[in-house]
Ligand binder design. Structure first.
Ligand code: PLP
Ligand code: TYR
Length: 487
């Protein structure tokens, strides 16, 4: 029996009707969308677990703040409020607002990277790596090996492997490492957190070599919750205090406010360094807007300031993580392979284990996401070979060990009854998994292909045949540590 049932710490004031569709309609919709759930229309989806990005239900207090938007071109009071809140909760001196997280990644990559640099990080994220590469850097994965194993149940699978970092510094030289990008939590590893001890150690090692540490703070509240509940010494510390300590081990951060700031749009770049701030505020006017609004309306900055205050409420984050665990436990009880331990924003199904007869080149996770949609109207997202893109040197697919389907929970949106429906749909697909064939890619964009790639189904099951384990071993696992490529 599933037990983790934490009641919603809010009540529902406004509702949005959900579309109900038939299976025949969904078969047509997914074919029209090229078997890519990103290309479905939202009104074709019954329960939309594509992403937790920008899909948050805002509170009455945030909506009230929207009415107090000061839309002045310069010096908006909402910016001053946001600045004050970010300084108080995140502890950084400077904040540059941007339209969303990748706006901040763009500025950070432009001001810090020189061609030929390398940027270590705890597993790649699509937009983050794309900006690093666009500015001439090579991303090097220095996450602990355990992160690539979906079944290892360890508390901090987002940690940096310090020996990989030391080796990298020794091999390429600190002068070619403009900063280390630490994601708290690690989206593509299944929402795995980084421990406070690891943050402290990363900071110490980087500081000794003059390397800056920039966080991807997108899901930092979830990370803080895991520190509170899993790391010794933090059980009685508030989420706010944990957040502040986490950020004290960084020189700055990028933030997609669409996640842990509880808003539908917005982001920011933070730093303590004066010179970096000057550079960022010169570029922000070119790419986003005035330094006092970046890419956001005054009302959005107000909603974000209020969202940040709400986000550190223990009851909010406790319920959120409990919802993820509730769904994961239901799937686990049915024998469906899910990534362990469950993260804070999503439940990830291991598509390699779910569809072992579908070779990675036949896109098992893409296939499974499409099947799940047809079964039930539940929209999920591929996080595997399609998301990983191609190796810039060889032109072949990157072949990540983790071939996952992500069921992402929007914040404060769905109830446990919705989650039961999702679990039932996954179980129904699991029961007929042996009859599921893979897909073929028929349209492949060059950059961030997963957003708009198109596929067609393989009707012949024989064509899905899995490759031999020996072939899999030979694959380029993009995630593995390979400093030799930098020489
Ligand atoms: C870990 C992480 N970093 C960065 C981003 C980029 O943020 P945004 O979507 O706001 O551009 C996202 C989501 O896209 C993310 O999940
Ligand atoms: N960051 C968001 C939106 C997004 C999705 C996929 C990406 O690869 C990039 C951005 C998410 O993780 O859901």
């Amino acid at each position: 029996m599933t037990k983790h049932y934490v009641a919603e710490p809010y009540k529902i004031k406004v509702i949005e009707p959900i579309s109900v569709t038939t299976k025949a309609e969904r078969e047509r919709f997914i074919a029209e969308a090229g078997y890519n759930t990103f290309l479905l229309r939202s009104n074709q989806c019954m329960i939309d677990l594509l992403t937790d990005s920008g899909t948050t239900a805002m509170s009455d207090n945030q909506w009230a703040g929207m009415m107090l938007g000061d839309e002045a071109y310069a010096g908006s009071r909402n910016f001053l409020h946001l600045q004050e809140v970010v300084r108080e909760y995140y502890g950084f001196r400077h904040i540059v607002p941007t339209h969303q997280g990748r706006g901040a990644e763009n500025l950070l990559s432009m001001i810090m990277i020189k061609p030929g640099d390398c940027v270590p990080g705890n597993m790649y994220f699509t937009t983050t790596r794309a900006h690093q590469e666009r500015n001439g850097a090579t991303f090097v994965d220095i996450i602990v090996d355990e992160a690539h194993d979906s079944q290892l149940d360890l508390p901090f699978k987002g940690n940096v492997d310090l020996s990989k970092l030391e080796r990298l510094i020794a091999e390429v030289g600190a002068e070619r490492i403009p900063y280390l990008c630490l994601a708290v939590t690690v989206n593509l590893a299944g929402g795995q957190p980084v421990s406070m001890a690891n943050m402290r150690a990363v900071h110490k090692l980087c500081a000794a070599h003059g390397i800056k540490v920039m966080y991807d703070a997108t899901r930092c509240i979830e990370n803080a919750y895991f520190i509170k509940t899993r790391e010794e010494g933090y059980a009685d510390v508030t989420i706010a205090a944990i957040l502040k300590e986490m950020m004290s081990y960084a020189d700055g951060c990028t933030m997609s406010g669409k996640k842990d700031c509880l808003v539908n749009i917005g982001g920011f770049l933070c730093m303590n360094d004066e010179e970096l701030y000057q550079k960022a505020s010169e570029l922000v006017v070119l790419f986003e807007g005035m330094p006092s609004y970046g890419g956001m309306a005054g009302r959005d900055m107000e909603a974000m300031a209020r969202g940040i205050v709400e986000s550190v409420d223990y009851n909010y984050i406790h319920h959120r993580v409990a919802q993820c665990r509730y769904l994961a436990d239901k799937l686990d009880e049915a024998g469906i392979p899910v990534v362990k331990p469950t993260g804070g924003h999503a439940v990830f199904i291991d598509a390699r284990a779910f569809l072992p007869h579908v070779a990675q080149d036949r896109f098992p996770a893409q296939t499974l996401a499409a099947e799940l949609y047809v079964e039930s109207g539940v929209r999920a997202m591929e996080r595997g070979i399609v998301s990983a893109g191609r190796n810039r040197e060889t032109g072949d697919h990157h072949r990540p060990k983790l071939e996952l389907v992500r069921l992402t929970l929007p914040r404060r949106v769905y109830t446990y009854a919705h989650l039961d429906t999702v679990a039932e749909a996954c179980i129904a697909v699991y029961k007929r998994r042996g009859r599921i064939a893979g897909l073929e890619m028929i349209h492949e964009p060059k950059v961030l292909r997963f957003f708009t790639a198109r596929f067609q189904p393989l009707v012949d099951l024989a064509k899905t045949k899995a490759r031999q384990p020996a072939d899999i071993e030979k694959d380029d696992v993009s995630a593995q540590y390979r400093p030799a490529v930098l020489r």
